[in-house]
Design a protein around this ligand. Structure first.
Ligand code: HEM
Ligand SMILES: *[C@@H]1O[C@H](CO)[C@@H](O)[C@H](O)[C@H]1NC(C)=O
Ligand SMILES: *[C@@H]1O[C@H](CO)[C@@H](O)[C@H](O)[C@H]1NC(C)=O
Length: 494
């Protein structure tokens, strides 16, 4: 007993010392860091936040400490940036310093620092430059991305006609079409809408994306170090992500076996060619692992964000039929009924553009941004942020910045229209983020939003099962992502 007792006592003393030291260390370093609530050892400011409502928790703490503050989410020490000024000063004016990528517990479990989106340093640079160039090349090819979207819109319209006015949940209708656009780029082909494998991929994407928005997903984001070894719903999300990785790995194998370096068919082929070219370069990041993970980044990001935005948008139009009516009128005036919409129509459709912008603003797809990280010791607004510190550019606080939007909590296309009904840009419109790591899928996403949106509204009007007054447009979940409530819609041919 004596030996055991002594050992236990020793351990307790050691642990206490460690805790005191770590708190002291954090307080000491805090002196140059932005201010923030005092953290407890190990759990940080966990007791001051609500994992069901992280966005609002962060905003509330910001009311006390200002638009730049420090928070400890479990062991993660994070600088939070709220509002347009702080986010722009950091991500644009000090772009290089804020260009690192922070953590996203759930996704990091599968990516482990590989692939374009969740990597840092030289790896991120090489993969990003390559990905942007390759996407651009596909856009300029004989069959441009725009044509591909218009073609996919026709499949979507056909499937909507098939509903014959019966109410349905629009989730899969939208995600199948959106996903087919990025699938054509990544894999060189679209899927049939009834394809079983396709549907299972979509549900894997849907469910892992949804997990990141739940309270459990947010908790996992803080304590992933421990929770990855404990039971819980995170393992369901991991299983889905693994399923997606396996699918891409299979695709890559097939491409390797059939590759013709002189005529690359898709993103994977282009990457394989690049791997061969860089074989002799010891610093090359063009490895099989980065190929699989980058393709997964693009497939995932290219599917769920755009389709969730459209799904939120249609709910908003059910709520505000008078706005839908104005879009119909503009479509009839500019495009008519005899041809498909194309990107040249966009500049002549200020009202529709304003509605789509307002949908993106209101739906606030990634409310706390994708975590960044400072790449070196950084001076910012008189503070010193040590190299490697994570940063949350809270995009939702920019999209609802009172200095830039008259009625930030209200869905109102007037936010993007001037007195003459012309489209009015707003610098605080940044759902795709800004700076060195901003979303390079932006151009593709904007094309998809415009072409799918106008194609559908050219051909159908929406009907709700319940009166507009009773439709709840507040989100169902707000975590890493914002997820709208489930709803049914019926579409009536015009
Ligand atoms: C409505 C649609 C979309 C929204 C709201 C959105 C939003 C975002 C945001 C907020 C980021 C974080 C950027 C940052 O850290 O500054 C991001 C990154 C990224 N997005 Fe998107 N995105 C959308 C569509 C797409 C599409 C269609 C693709 C397909 C190519 C895509 C691919 C990516 C990639 C690869 C990154 C990581 C970039 C990097 O780390 O350098 N996104 N997106
Ligand atoms: C946390 O946020 C959720 C969602 O907004 C809310 O329903 C719940 O009451 C909040 N919990 C606490 C303890 O404030
Ligand atoms: C997407 O995922 C959610 C939650 O996992 C599920 O309830 C929903 O049915 C899925 N969407 C569709 C259209 O099946």
């Amino acid at each position: 007993m004596d030996l055991l007792g002594a050992m236990a006592l020793f351990l307790v003393i050691c642990l206490s010392c460690l805790m005191v030291l770590s708190t002291w260390h954090q307080m000491h370093r805090k002196s140059k860091m932005p201010p923030g609530p005092t953290p407890l050892p190990l759990i940080g400011n966990f007791l001051q936040v609500n994992t069901s409502d992280m966005y609002r928790s962060l905003m509330k703490i910001g009311e006390k400490y200002g638009s730049v503050y420090t928070i400890h989410l479990g062991p993660r020490r994070i600088v939070v940036l709220c509002g347009y000024d702080a986010v722009k000063e950091a991500l644009v004016d000090q772009g290089e310093e804020f260009s690192g990528r922070g953590e996203q517990g759930t996704f990091d479990w599968i990516f482990q620092g590989y692939g374009v989106a969740f990597s840092n340093g030289e790896r991120a640079k090489q993969l990003r430059r390559f990905s942007i160039m390759t996407l651009r090349n596909f856009g300029m090819g004989r069959r441009s991305i725009e044509e591909r979207i218009v073609e996919e819109a026709h499949f979507l319209l056909e499937s909507l006609r098939g509903t014959k006015g019966v109410p349905f949940d629009p989730t899969y209708f939208l995600s199948r079409s959106v996903s087919n656009v990025i699938s054509s780029i990544a894999f060189g082909n679209r899927f049939e809408y009834e394809d079983k494998e396709f549907l299972s991929l979509l549900s894997m994407i849907n469910e892992s994306f949804r997990f990141t928005a739940t309270a459990w997903g947010q908790l996992y984001d803080m304590f992933s170090n421990v929770m990855q070894y404990l039971p819980g719903p995170q393992h369901e999300a991991f299983k889905k992500l693994l399923g997606l990785e396996e699918f891409i790995t299979r695709k890559v194998k097939v491409n390797q076996e059939t590759l013709d370096p002189n005529s690359p068919r898709d993103f994977i082929d282009c990457f394989l060619v690049k791997m061969q070219q860089e074989k002799e370069n010891p610093n090359s990041e063009f490895s099989l692992k980065n190929l699989v993970m980058t393709t997964l980044n693009i497939f995932f990001a290219g599917t769920e964000t755009v389709s969730t935005t459209l799904r939120y948008g249609f709910l908003l139009l059910l709520k505000y039929p008078e706005i839908e009516e104005k879009v119909h009128k503009e479509i009839d005036r500019v495009i008519g009924q005899n041809r498909s919409p194309n990107m040249d129509d966009q500049t002549q459709m200020p009202y529709t553009e304003a509605v789509i912008h307002e949908i993106q603003r209101f739906s606030d797809m990634i409310p706390m941004g994708l975590a960044r990280r400072v790449t070196r010791d950084t001076q910012f607004r008189g503070y010193t942020i040590p190299k490697g510190t994570e940063v949350f550019p809270v995009l939702g606080s920019v999209l609802r910045d009172r200095k830039h939007f008259a009625r930030p909590e209200v869905f109102d296309p007037q936010h993007f229209l001037d007195a003459n009904g012309q489209f009015k840009k707003n610098e605080a419109f940044m759902p795709f983020s800004i700076g060195k790591r901003y979303c390079f899928g932006e151009r593709l996403a904007r094309m998809e939003l415009f072409l799918f949106f106008t194609s559908i509204l050219q051909n159908f009007r929406f009907k709700s099962l319940i009166p507009p007054e009773e439709i709840d447009i507040s989100p169902m979940l707000v975590g890493f992502a914002t997820i709208p409530r489930f709803y049914d819609i019926s579409v009536i041919p015009r």
